[in-house]
Write a protein that binds this ligand. Structure first.
Ligand SMILES: C[S@@+](CC[C@H](N)C(=O)[O-])C[C@H]1O[C@@H](n2cnc3c(N)ncnc32)[C@H](O)[C@@H]1O
Length: 596
């Protein structure tokens, strides 16, 4: 309703009609006041996803695929490849990895209208007027869940191109908060192309970076310290004694330093004077902070230098000092798409996957977090570059980073059309064999782990780490809450293995399960009747004191029953936790938000 529409004929209105009009205006006024004033607005109604309907009456769980497990060395990291819709897996991860991920890298569909973004099982075309809204809906749900998984010093890198970069930036500001914006890193993806719209070749993609408040990027500073007899137990290094200031600017620092041992004079340079002053020099000298030429046989210095002790560096910069990094991505270091494609050809002999990122690019990003034991997550895994990069980084600069990859088993648009023409239907075994996880991600990681031979005969050594493969599965919700809890408990063992990072089954029994890896035991009691506790106790009691033991006991509530805890008293190093109420509560919490 617009005021100028009303005002002309207000005189003819009755008192009651006028009251109605005022009420309406008040309501509209309130609506305008409540409306979002700044930021991103998009249509939500027309863009519900199919999985929301599908998952209405069930809860997602994970199930191990034993025939696709690759175990090379139990001391090396266990990487996870999880096949399924990332929304379901991110939901499960609210339980397994809440605030425990160090680095997230994602490369979501760019929504170019070119057969790369599927929504509700349909490719989103360029002409679709809800194109951006669908994409935003899709991304919002997933990014909100992903945010919860980041540690308080975690970081997320999101690859995107010109189509959605503006929308993505505003969406992330909304989800993560503007304060968490770290920067946008332009990545040169190719050399110039001709025959392009407006005659302008879009040669860059962007990596949008957000982080939790305690994140600090950086490269380790590697400093050379000397250990000398005159300063036992006090390593030191040499640092410059001059500064970028002229004699006119700093007259007190423009003076001649004299070596008291032999009288040698070192006049100041009038364009870069000493860092210390005439007055402070004696104090520095007395504190052994000045190193003169000839003081040590190994030093080749020609002018006096500053001595900095290691303890001084540690006091100022901490034990692991780092230098700042930059949003600049040097092409010779991180490569372009052609390098990613070459890597795929080396692995498979053919192109097999369109636009894989170069391994070097992802290594560079993961390394920015400067954590050797980082847990890395990619929930749009595609060909699996992130896991390949994680393993290569572990090899090249040491560390035990673990990578969690999530991907659906999407069949690309062209192949889908071809299979349809042949009468091969979606869901059939033959169709699924052409999906990305089946045909690309898993075989790629298998080759990377075991080693492979390139088309020109070069032997590439395997990276020798481990891979655990899981698929999503659904557990029906039951009318009775208790039955739902029992169903979830019977299907959550693999989720608990992932949560505890313990995978090797020792005993699989109807009432209980035991897993053990590297001095850590995971025991799961499945029976709501209390069966299984005695054999678990016996198993744990046979283990050394230093073995870490975690027991999950069935409980209808949020606490483990007191008698169950008492049952394990006297066993060293044991923690007893309840299942499955917490899992069910998390699912309920997330599913409330499914209807945005
Ligand atoms: C742009 S590709 C990622 C490429 C990857 N960075 C690489 O280097 O190979 C995006 C991938 O996300 C997958 N994907 C799309 N929607 C998904 C969803 N809802 N859940 C899981 N994976 C999805 C697609 O199958 C596609 O392979």
């Amino acid at each position: 309703m617009k005021i100028n529409h009303i005002s002309s004929d207000l005189k003819e209105k009755s008192k009651y009609e006028l009251i109605e009009i005022i009420k309406k205006l008040e309501f509209e006024n309130q609506e305008i006041k409540n409306a979002k004033k700044y930021g991103l607005v998009w249509e939500r109604e027309n863009a519900k996803e199919e999985f929301e309907e599908k998952s209405k009456n069930s809860y997602p769980v994970l199930q191990k695929v034993p025939e696709k497990e690759i175990v090379i060395n139990s001391k090396k990291p266990n990487h996870l490849l999880i096949e399924g819709d990332n929304y379901h897996v991110l939901t499960i991860m609210q339980y397994t990895h809440f605030e425990s991920i160090d680095v997230i890298y994602i490369d979501p569909p760019y929504n170019t209208g070119n057969g790369n973004f599927k929504y509700n099982d349909k490719w989103v075309e360029l002409e679709d007027t809800y194109r951006h809204s669908k994409w935003l809906n899709f991304m919002e749900k997933r990014l909100k869940l992903a945010y919860n998984l980041l540690k308080d010093d975690g970081v997320i890198f999101i690859s995107i191109d010109d189509n959605e970069v503006a929308q993505l930036k505003l969406l992330c500001d909304q989800i993560f908060g503007e304060k968490c914006f770290v920067g946008i890193m332009p990545w040169k993806k190719r050399t110039i192309k001709t025959d392009v719209p407006y005659n302008v070749s879009q040669d860059y993609e962007y990596i949008v970076v957000y982080a939790k408040p305690l994140f600090r990027a950086g490269r380790p500073i590697e400093r050379k310290y000397y250990e000398t007899d005159d300063f036992p137990g006090k390593p030191w290094r040499i640092s410059d004694l001059t500064k970028q200031a002229t004699a006119d600017e700093r007259p007190n620092s423009y003076f001649t330093i004299v070596d008291p041992k032999n009288g040698t004079e070192y006049p100041a340079n009038k364009n870069s004077v000493w860092r210390i002053t005439r007055e402070t020099f004696p104090d520095y000298l007395q504190r052994n902070k000045i190193v003169f030429p000839g003081d040590y046989d190994f030093s080749k210095i020609k002018t006096p230098k500053m001595r900095i002790f290691k303890w001084e560096d540690e006091k100022k910069h901490g034990k692991d000092p780092t230098t700042a990094t930059t949003t600049f991505l040097p092409q010779e270091k991180v490569g372009m798409y052609q390098d990613g494609t070459r890597e795929m050809i080396n692995l498979f002999g053919t192109k097999i996957f369109s636009y894989p990122k170069p391994i070097a690019l992802i290594k560079h990003l993961i390394d920015m977090s400067n954590k050797k034991n980082a847990v890395v997550l990619d929930f749009f895994a595609g060909s699996g570059t992130t896991a390949h990069a994680t393993m290569e980084l572990n090899k090249s600069n040491g560390g035990n980073r673990q990578c969690i990859l999530i991907t659906n088993n999407e069949v690309d648009k062209e192949t889908e059309k071809r299979l349809k023409e042949k009468g091969i239907v979606k869901g059939s075994e033959e169709f699924e064999k052409h999906g990305v996880c089946y045909a690309v991600t898993f075989p790629r990681l298998k080759k990377a782990i075991h080693g492979y031979i390139t088309p020109d005969g070069k032997k590439v050594k395997g990276l020798g780490e481990n891979l655990r493969y899981y698929k999503t599965k659904f557990v029906a919700k039951n009318y009775s809450d208790d039955d739902t809890m029992i169903n979830i408990t019977n299907s959550c063992s693999d989720i608990l293995c992932i949560k505890e990072n313990i995978f090797t089954a020792q005993i699989i029994h109807d009432c209980y399960r035991i897993y053990e890896d590297n001095n850590k035991v995971l025991a799961i009691q499945l029976s709501y009747l209390g069966e299984g506790l005695a054999p678990i106790r016996n198993y744990l009691a046979s283990k050394d004191d230093n073995v870490k033991k975690v027991v999950y006991c069935f409980s209808f509530g949020n606490e483990v029953q007191v008698e169950d805890i008492d049952f394990f008293s006297g066993i060293p190093n044991v923690v007893v936790k309840p299942i499955p109420k917490q899992i069910v509560d998390i699912y309920r919490e997330v599913s409330k938000k499914w209807s945005i």
